[in-house]
Structures are given as structure tokens and as C-alpha cells.
Design a binder for this molecule. Structure first.
Ligand code: AP5
Length: 216
């Protein structure tokens, strides 16, 4: 089983490619963003705190996200994980390494999705998802075949994220460059890093990722 990290700034296409790997290779997507959005709706004090932090584009504490990932890894034998949006800090990267080794697993590749910041505003502000199955769309680059209806499940409730606006994106990018981009060097030094062009067409990005995985 292959365990990988998809690493890249907001809008790089991590979620889009993770869903393709789930469908194509039966891998398990672990998106801390999705887990936190779920926690947000719990109505608990923790959920409310998380909602506030995410809406501002800041990072949730390491303790919370490491706890979420630990629960998923230990509750699932076999692996084949795609870590999407995790780790995002050096402390999270160290914690992931320790968790994997404790559960007898390895990290096989870290795929950095390289994109140009100017493309990200258009990607983020045009994104919407199906409220029923989570399929990801875009107003220009990936509209639904029939307006307002999900191509995958036929659902008709489409949602846009509270942090998908230019102001929150600026903060999310700042957090990425300050806290997450050092992971590129961290995983390069560990011999795990592979980089793909995240600005290419979605199929071309998927093919580049497949090439990396097939070499492992
Ligand atoms: P999270 O949900 O992880 O968001 P993100 O990292 O900002 O990434 P996105 O989901 O915005 O983008 P993506 O790379 O998945 O792009 P997508 O495929 O959708 O995190 C949200 C928040 O949660 C954080 O700000 C933080 O507060 C908190 N959080 C999460 N994890 C945390 C952690 N570990 N620690 C602390 N806090 C954490 O694509 C974007 C759009 O572009 C789509 O519309 C898509 O259709 C389109 N698109 C994709 N690929 C292409 C392509 N090749 N060509 C053209 N269009 C494309």
C-alpha cells in the first residue's frame, strides 16, 4: 500500500487529484480541511472555535489536527492514504512520521503541486462543491453539465466555502508560505519529494502523479 502527501497552496488542486486517486486506485483520502469543516457543524465549543479560525484563513492548532489524523490512521488497517492538506507545519510533519512508524507504515512520496499564485485567486473564487457528495467544480474550468445539478450524484445543493474569497485567500497564502512551504525542503532532505506542474490540465496533472506513484 502506498501512502502519499499532496502538498501545495490553497487551490493547487489537492482535493481534485485526491478524489481521482480514490476513484482510480482505491486510496483513502484524509483531508484535514474536510474533517474540520465537519467538526464545525457539530455546534460544540471546539467546533465554533475552528469555524472562526478557518473563516479568517488561519491554521487550526497542531494538537487538534494531529488528533484527527491519529484517529483515522489507527482506526484503519492497510493504509493507501492520501494526506490532503496535512501536514501543514513542521510539528505536524514530525507527528505524522511518528504515527506512521508506530503503526508499522511508511510514507512513500510527497507530491508537491507547483502553481503560480496569480492562478489561485481565479481557482478559489470560482470553486463550488456538491453539498451531497462533495464533488468539486469550477465556474469556468469545470462546470456541471446541467446548471445546478451534480454530475456525480444528481444532487442539487451546491455550496461555496466561507473562506473562498480574496481576503481570506491572502491570509491562507501567507500561512502557507510561512508555515507549510518549509515542508518542501524537509521532505526533499528525506528523499521523498516529487514535484508536478499543478497548472497543467487536470488530466495531465493526474498523469504526472500516476507516473510518480508507479515508480514507487
Ligand atoms: P483545506 O480544506 O485543506 O484548504 P486548502 O489547503 O486551502 O486547499 P483547498 O481545498 O482550498 O484547495 P485544493 O488544493 O484542494 O484545490 P481544489 O482541488 O479544490 O483547508 C481549509 C482550512 O482548514 C485552512 O485554511 C485551515 O484553517 C484549516 N486546516 C486544514 N488542514 C489543516 C492543518 N493540517 N493544520 C491546520 N489547519 C488546517 O481546486 C480548486 C479549484 O480549482 C476547483 O474549483 C477545481 O475545480 C479547480 N482546479 C483544480 N485543478 C485544476 C487544474 N489542473 N486546472 C484548472 N482548474 C483546476
Amino acid at each position: 500500500m502506498t501512502n502519499i502527501i499532496l502538498l501545495g497552496p490553497p487551490g493547487a488542486g489537492k482535493g481534485t487529484q485526491a478524489k481521482r486517486l480514490v476513484d482510480g486506485r482505491g486510496m483513502v483520502q484524509l483531508s484535514t480541511g474536510d474533517m474540520l469543516r465537519e467538526a464545525k457543524t457539530s455546534g460544540t465549543e471546539m467546533g465554533n472555535r475552528v469555524a472562526e479560525v478557518m473563516a479568517k484563513g488561519q491554521l487550526v492548532t497542531d494538537e487538534i489536527v494531529i488528533g484527527l489524523i491519529e484517529e483515522k490512521i489507527t482506526g484503519h488497517a492497510g493504509g493507501g492514504f492520501i494526506f490532503d492538506g496535512f501536514p501543514r507545519t513542521l510539528a505536524q510533519a514530525d507527528a505524522l512520521g511518528a504515527l506512521l512508524s508506530r503503526t508499522g507504515q511508511t510514507l512513500d512520496a510527497v507530491i508537491e503541486m507547483q502553481v503560480d499564485d496569480t492562478a489561485l485567486v481565479a481557482r478559489i473564487t470560482g470553486r463550488f462543491t456538491c453539498g451531497s457528495c462533495g464533488a468539486v467544480y469550477h465556474d469556468q474550468t469545470k462546470p456541471t453539465a446541467k446548471a445546478g445539478t451534480c454530475d456525480v450524484c444528481g444532487g442539487t445543493s451546491m455550496v461555496r466555502r466561507a473562506d473562498d474569497n480574496e481576503d481570506a485567500l491572502k491570509q491562507r497564502l501567507m500561512e502557507y508560505y510561512k508555515k507549510t512551504s518549509p515542508l518542501i525542503g524537509y521532505y526533499y532532505a528525506k528523499g521523498k519529494l516529487a514535484s508536478v506542474d499543478g497548472l497543467a490540465e487536470m488530466d495531465a496533472v493526474a498523469a504526472a502523479i500516476a507516473k510518480v506513484l508507479d515508480k514507487r
